[in-house]
Design a binder for this molecule. Structure first.
Ligand code: GLY
Length: 402
């Protein structure tokens, strides 16, 4: 395993008082990145060992670990299981870090169990998460031409959800009637990355144009003046008129759901990278600053910034992971002082997540505890969730590469 002797900004540890009992959190401001990546590797090995105990089924993907459990609850990689790309993605990141061929072999097998998704009619916008976290990372590391074909086919499939009247991709075809129109959710910003990639790698220019238009339309309709976002926007599918905004996974239509804001930060940072259009950089900074200004002292948000139960509301470590990873990219594009602020805060987020309050340590196979999936549905509250682990290891790798 490569050794990274990085101990960043060793400024010490301050104990934060006054938070709910489970979060008498150490706000560490330093992180041993080498140790954190080693910790991730040990958890990957442990998870693979547990998954292999009977005969291994590469279509069963780790999804979450609920309170009282210690091993991954897996779900079948069906088209409606939006998280199936994250576990192969974790394996690819771990392989990238360690060069361990046994991990690569598992990464390939889990990834390839998703190939069929590129060959069937699309279920919803999450095809981007599914294919780009798995095949995208796999192609980045192996240049396997078969992987490229799967990504290109998936990008074309994702583009079939585009409505030119509206100017966005439809997120949930199954919910058009229930929501009263063409719906677009903030999470969809992440799926644009696969369209940009495809346009640069032999796909149609139209994929790039769709991604840019989606980002522009979302910027116009799905944010409040202060830069906080709504989870869902609904449009008239015939004339493209904007109808309303609402929430699906947040506390209320007018609240700020932490992971929705995290998707916006990550998404607009990536759109700036792909377009070099300064309006997207300015917007990425705006949606970031409002998020940073509302964080609690340990830099890990409550699941919704406006839950009246705060400070006794659950946290969402997954949002912190997504934002930490995004900030480590965004800081590169900013003037020096702003960039330093973003980098310092990303390090603080990762330090906090790497401390005893958030790490799963020995009691679970995951990297992290305390994520919240779908609070209004009572699902995955204060749990380990695979996408938190995915963005955590991605963020650590970004820090190492800086
Ligand atoms: N894309 C669904 C979520 O963030 O929970």
């Amino acid at each position: 395993m490569k050794v990274y002797n990085w101990i960043l900004s060793a400024c010490g540890i301050a104990l934060t008082a006054g938070l709910s009992s489970c979060f008498q959190t150490a706000t560490a401001e330093s992180i041993d990145v080498d140790g954190a990546l080693g910790y991730c590797h040990s958890k990957v090995v442990r998870s693979l060992d547990e998954l292999s105990r009977d005969s291994i089924d590469y279509t069963m993907m780790p999804r979450n670990i609920a309170a009282g459990d210690s091993v991954w609850h897996c779900r079948k990689a069906t088209p409606d299981e939006w998280c199936s790309g994250f576990w192969p993605g974790v394996l690819w990141y771990d392989y990238e870090m360690t060069g361990d061929e046994k991990i690569r072999e598992k990464a390939e097998k889990y990834t390839e169990s998703l190939e069929y998704l590129s060959q069937r009619p699309i279920f919803d916008h999450d095809l981007g998460f599914l294919i780009f976290c798995s095949y995208g990372n796999g192609y980045r590391l192996t240049q396997n031409p078969k992987y490229k074909q799967v990504i290109l086919a998936s990008a074309d499939s994702l583009a079939t959800l585009y409505n030119p009247e509206v100017g966005t991709l439809l997120s949930w075809p199954r919910n058009v009637e229930m929501l009263g129109g063409h719906n677009t959710i903030m999470d969809n910003m992440i799926n644009l990355e696969m369209l940009f990639w495809a346009a640069r790698n032999g796909g149609s220019q139209r994929l790039y144009d769709i991604a840019v238009k989606h980002a522009e339309t979302t910027m116009t309709h799905q944010f409040r003046p202060d830069g906080t976002c709504y989870h869902v926007a609904v449009y008239d599918p015939k004339n493209g008129n904007f109808l309303r905004c609402m929430t699906h996974q947040g506390y209320a239509d007018n609240s700020t759901w932490a992971r929705g804001q995290a998707w916006a930060i990550y998404g607009y940072t990536m759109v700036y990278r792909e377009t070099q259009d300064k309006k997207f950089l300015d917007f990425a900074c705006k949606v970031t600053d409002v998020y940073l200004n509302r964080l609690p002292e340990d830099y890990v948000p409550y699941w919704d910034f406006d839950d009246p139960a705060i400070p006794n509301a659950p946290r969402d470590a997954s949002a912190a992971c997504v934002v930490a990873s995004a900030l480590l990219e965004l800081q590169k594009y900013c003037p020096e002082e702003k960039g330093k602020e973003y980098k310092d805060k990303a390090v603080k987020m990762l330090a906090s997540l790497s401390g005893d309050s958030y790490r799963s340590r020995e009691h679970r196979s995951s990297f992290l505890d305390h994520s919240t999936g779908h609070h209004p549905a009572g699902s995955e509250i204060d749990a380990s969730i695979i996408y938190a682990d995915y963005y955590y290891i991605e963020a650590l790798q970004r820090l190492v590469k800086l």
